[in-house]
Design a protein around this ligand. Structure first.
Ligand SMILES: [Zn+2]
Ligand SMILES: [Zn+2]
Length: 165
């Protein structure tokens, strides 16, 4: 969706509301497609005292297997974008200003970038997920296994010794 903002730039108090969605189901992230349902986009572009701003909320469900145990896990995220819009910037580029030289704003492109950058690097079914035992493969959320827990990497054991001395 491309918004034509000429009327907003020209009129103090003018406001355009945004209520749309963006399909990102084809977006590959870490080898999977976690955005199975469309991203909801709600907010507005408005002119307050001659300053044009965009303020939108993007809501999405991140649906992927848990990084540790592999259980299908859906988590909801809500992010906000609140920036100024300007036809040009004097001086340095700014993180808080989006330039729209032709007064047109590609909302889909903006939303895509914001959502993509916000996708979680860590995805766990629960913070305390224990994952699988590296030796026997048992799901440790369902109980402990028979393996000895002290069978740690010998290099780490050496490091632990060094730190203790
Ligand atoms: Zn898990
Ligand atoms: Zn085990």
């Amino acid at each position: 969706m491309v918004l034509d903002l000429k009327s907003v730039f020209a009129n103090i108090g003018k406001e355009i509301s945004i209520d749309s969605s963006l399909d990102m189901s084809e977006t590959d992230f870490s080898g999977g497609f976690p955005l199975k349902t469309p991203v909801s986009v709600k907010g507005k572009v408005f002119n307050r005292a001659g300053v044009v701003e965009i303020d939108i909320f993007m809501d999405y469900d991140f649906d992927a297997p848990c990084d540790r145990c592999g259980k299908d896990t859906v988590k909801h995220y809500s992010i906000e974008l609140d920036k100024m819009l300007a036809t040009s910037i004097e001086g340095e580029e700014s993180d808080t200003i989006i330039t729209v030289p032709d007064m047109k704003l590609d909302v889909d492109e903006l939303v895509f970038t914001e959502v993509f950058l916000s996708l979680p690097a860590k995805h766990l079914c629960k913070e305390t997920c224990k994952g699988y035992c590296f030796s026997c493969g048992k799901n440790l959320n369902e109980g402990n296994c028979e393996c000895k827990s002290e069978s740690i990497d010998p290099r780490l054991a050496k490091l632990a010794d060094l730190l203790n001395n």
